[in-house]
Design a protein around this ligand. Structure first.
Ligand code: SF4
Length: 361
């Protein structure tokens, strides 16, 4: 089984914090024709069945609906897509209209991932988002009316103007809307973005930490499982596509700046849409053997609630005991799992365990 990711690198406008590869002006028909050729190329080459398909971006909902259907049809024509496969599309509230949602449903998309980020208009405006809180509510209710029963929504904490109270309001709103899956990401100010260039004022570190624990507490009390550092799901609604990344399964990422992992090698296409549409074959632009498989296993496992088998570790016993005493980790049935507090400090915990284990693997 393989997971297929299709990258749509277009947005109406760049958000002030965005460092992803996305363009505001490009011929979408030309791009979709190219990515369909890429799907055909890989469909012939790989014999694996696809059990998840994910159309991400960028903002896939800026595509004309007929192009979304053409793209999905090419996936069905060229891959054996398992019956019951999880098929997700990302959308932003301002472009999540009836035509988009109807087309998405009609071509078999069964999961919608909405980039909501906040339910406070001032925070949305400061982040350079094009939608309002009312648009976000309307997108959810339209999606429900048109039959989407698996909706994921993204929130960001650490935004300019955000407070613990306003973040609680955003989370509570999603809980009230009965959303199946919620991702809460901590804002990262990346080089080259408007946020990095301007002197914006952000909630301080301790306030951001409080926001993280507020998300954990509210969502866990509301019946969501905190199954990955930034992700919460109602039972049975964990993202199967993202779980493939976290469990080390193979995935095929098609489109400029998309990444793939096949067996022990990572591949990618250059972040260059012009180069991508003029390709005559769709071999990857870069390939890199995974030399740090053990570190990757530790990192991916400890980021999720599935945890890491203790039998994989030789030299971290004392350190793990300390983590457990400090409430940062738990061990049960031979598996090490980080707690919510441990998740928050996971970068340094994972680095310490890797260092301790380095010479024994
Ligand atoms: S919508 Fe997403 S991909 Fe597009 S600019 Fe904003 S953050 Fe970046």
């Amino acid at each position: 089984m393989i997971s297929v990711y299709l990258h749509i690198p277009f947005c109406k406008q760049k958000c002030n914090y965005c460092s992803f590869y996305s363009l505001t002006d490009f011929d979408k028909e030309e791009y979709i024709s190219a990515i369909i050729r890429c799907v055909e190329y890989w469909g012939k080459k790989t014999k694996q069945k696809a059990d998840t398909v994910y159309i991400g971006g960028g903002t896939p909902s800026v595509l004309p609906p007929k192009l979304i259907c053409r793209l999905l049809e090419s996936v069905y024509d060229n891959f054996t897509v398992e019956s019951g496969a999880e098929i997700t599309i990302e959308a932003n509230p301002e472009s999540c209209d009836k035509e988009f949602l109807t087309a998405a449903r009609s071509c078999g998309i069964n999961r919608l991932s909405l980039g909501i980020q906040s339910f406070c208009d001032a925070e949305l405006a400061a982040a350079g988002r094009l939608h309002t809180a009312a648009d976000a509510r309307q997108a959810v209710s339209r999606a429900r009316e048109l039959g989407f029963d698996n909706i994921s929504c993204d929130l960001i904490f650490g935004l300019p103007l955000q407070t613990c109270d306003s973040f609680c309001h955003s989370i509570d709103t999603l809980v009230g809307l009965d959303i199946e899956h919620i991702s809460c990401y901590n804002l990262q100010v990346e080089d080259g973005t408007p946020f990095a260039r301007s002197k914006i004022s952000l909630p301080c570190e301790s306030e951001q930490e409080k926001m993280y624990y507020l998300a954990c507490n509210i969502l866990e009390s509301a019946g969501y499982s905190h199954y990955e550092i930034s992700n919460y799901a109602k039972p049975g609604f964990e993202s199967r596509h993202n779980s493939a990344y976290w469990t080390g399964k193979d995935y095929l990422g098609l489109g400029p700046a998309a990444h793939s992992k096949i067996a022990d090698t990572r591949y990618s296409y250059a972040a260059d849409a012009c180069g991508f549409v003029s390709k005559t074959d769709f071999e990857f632009d870069t390939a890199e053997k995974i030399e740090d498989a053990f570190f990757e296993k530790i990192m991916l496992s400890l980021r999720t609630s599935k945890g890491l088998e203790l039998s994989r570790l030789c030299r971290s016993g004392e350190f793990i005991n300390r983590l457990c005493k400090e409430g940062l980790a738990k061990t049960e049935n031979g598996v090490l799992r980080l707690t919510d507090r441990g998740f928050y400090l996971s970068n340094s915990i994972i680095a310490d365990i890797s260092l301790l284990e380095e010479n024994s693997n």
